[in-house]
Design a binder for this molecule. Structure first.
Ligand SMILES: Cc1cc2nc3c(=O)[nH]c(=O)nc-3n(C[C@H](O)[C@H](O)[C@H](O)COP(=O)(O)O)c2cc1C
Ligand code: SF4
Ligand code: SF4
Length: 295
C-alpha cells in the first residue's frame, strides 16, 4: 500500500487534527498521502483514475447523532463506482465506542459497499466533546495527547490489511438508523438561528472555518446560508465570541472549543494512573475505556 487518500469531515477541528495524525503515521511508513476535506462539493477521490485507482481510501468523520454528518453521506454518493477498492472508516466521537455510538460507521460502510468499495477496517477515535457537554479537565488534553499514538496504531493495522469489522448491538443499530437524516433536516434551522452580535469585527474567520462554504461576510456581518451541517466550527472559530444561536445556544460549550488551547493545557502528574477517577460516571464510560485501553 503506497498511496492513501484520506478524506475527512471536521467541524471544530478535532477530526482534522486526528486525520493529520493519521496522515503523518502513513507518511512515516513511506506512503504517499492525499488529504481531502469533505464539504459541500463532490468527492475528489478517483476523479483522475476510473474505478478508484488511488490506493487505499480512508474516510474519517466526527460523529453527529450516532452517525456520520449528512455531508458525508452526500460525499459517498458522489464517489465513482469501484470494483473492490480497499477502504477504511474511522469515526471520531466525544463519547467513545459505547451505546448508542457503536453503529456510527454502519450507514457509511453500507453506502461504500453499495458503491463497490471493500471496507476491511473500522474503528473509533475519541476527541474532546464539542457539543452540549464538556469533558472535565484534564480529559481534553489527555485525548489530544493520545491521538498520535492511536493514529499510528490504526495506520499500522491498515497497512498490514488487518481485518477489523464490528457488529454493533441492535439498540445502537436502531438508534443510528432512526437518526439517519435527522441532522440533514434540522441543521439548516441551526444555521438560520446564527446571528452575529455587535462584537463582530467582520474578520471573516467564521467563513474560513465553515467546511460547507455556507457563510459570507458582508459589511453588514456574516450571512449564513441554508447548507449548514451544525458542526459548530464557525461559532468556536469566532475570536470575539460574536456568533450566537438564537434558539440552540445550549448546544454550544460555554468555554468554547479550541484545539490549540487544549494542547497547551498541562496534564497533571499522575493523571494517566487516575483515568478511572478523572473520567468518572456513566457519561464518560467510553472515554475512560478508550484512554485505559489505548494509551
Ligand atoms: C451536532 C453534533 C452532534 C454530535 N453527536 C454526537 C454523538 O452522537 N455521539 C458522540 O459521541 N459525540 C457527538 N458529538 C461530538 C463530536 O462527535 C465530537 O466532539 C468530535 O470530536 C467533534 O469533531 P470536530 O471537532 O472535528 O467537529 C456531536 C457533535 C455535534 C456538533
Ligand atoms: S468570526 Fe466572529 S468577528 Fe469574525 S466575521 Fe465571523 S462573527 Fe464576525
Ligand atoms: S454555518 Fe457554522 S455550524 Fe453551519 S456548517 Fe458552517 S461552520 Fe458549521
Amino acid at each position: 500500500m503506497s498511496r492513501v487518500h484520506l478524506a475527512y469531515f471536521s467541524g471544530s477541528g478535532s477530526t482534522a487534527y486526528f486525520a493529520g495524525a493519521l496522515a503523518d503515521a502513513f507518511r512515516a511508513q513511506g506512503c504517499k498521502v492525499a488529504e481531502e476535506r469533505i464539504g459541500a462539493g463532490p468527492a475528489a477521490f478517483g476523479r483522475g483514475a476510473p474505478g478508484g485507482g488511488e490506493g487505499l481510501l480512508v474516510l474519517v468523520f466526527c460523529v453527529h447523532e450516532f452517525n456520520a454528518p449528512h455531508p458525508v453521506r452526500r460525499w459517498i454518493d458522489s464517489l465513482p463506482e469501484s470494483r473492490g477498492t480497499a477502504a477504511a472508516v474511522i469515526s471520531v466521537s466525544g463519547g467513545g465506542e459505547v451505546s448508542p455510538n457503536r453503529a456510527s460507521r454502519r450507514a457509511s460502510i453500507a453506502q461504500l459497499e453499495q458503491r463497490g468499495y471493500e471496507v476491511f477496517f473500522e474503528d473509533m477515535a475519541v476527541m474532546p466533546c464539542n457539543f452540549f457537554v464538556e469533558h472535565p479537565d484534564p480529559l481534553p488534553a489527555m485525548l489530544l495527547e493520545a491521538a498520535p499514538a492511536t493514529a499510528r496504531r490504526f495506520a499500522a493495522c491498515m497497512a498490514a490489511r488487518e481485518h477489523r469489522r464490528t457488529r454493533p448491538p441492535l439498540l445502537d443499530r436502531v438508534a443510528s438508523r432512526l437518526c439517519t437524516g435527522v441532522s440533514g433536516r434540522w441543521s439548516p434551522k441551526f444555521g438560520r438561528s446564527l446571528k452575529a452580535t455587535d462584537a463582530c469585527t467582520r474578520c471573516g474567520r467564521c467563513a474560513s472555518a465553515c467546511p460547507m462554504g455556507n457563510i459570507t461576510v458582508t459589511d453588514g456581518g456574516p450571512r449564513v446560508g441554508d447548507g449548514c451541517a451544525c458542526c459548530l466550527g464557525c461559532v468556536y472559530a469566532c475570536p470575539a465570541g460574536a456568533l450566537r444561536s438564537a434558539s440552540f445556544q445550549t448546544f454550544v460549550l460555554k468555554s468554547g472549543y479550541d484545539i490549540g488551547a487544549y494542547l497547551s493545557r498541562p496534564i497533571p502528574e499522575g493523571a494517566w494512573q487516575r483515568i478511572d477517577k478523572l473520567a468518572r460516571g456513566f457519561l464518560w464510560k467510553g472515554v475512560r475505556r478508550y484512554l485505559e485501553q489505548r494509551f
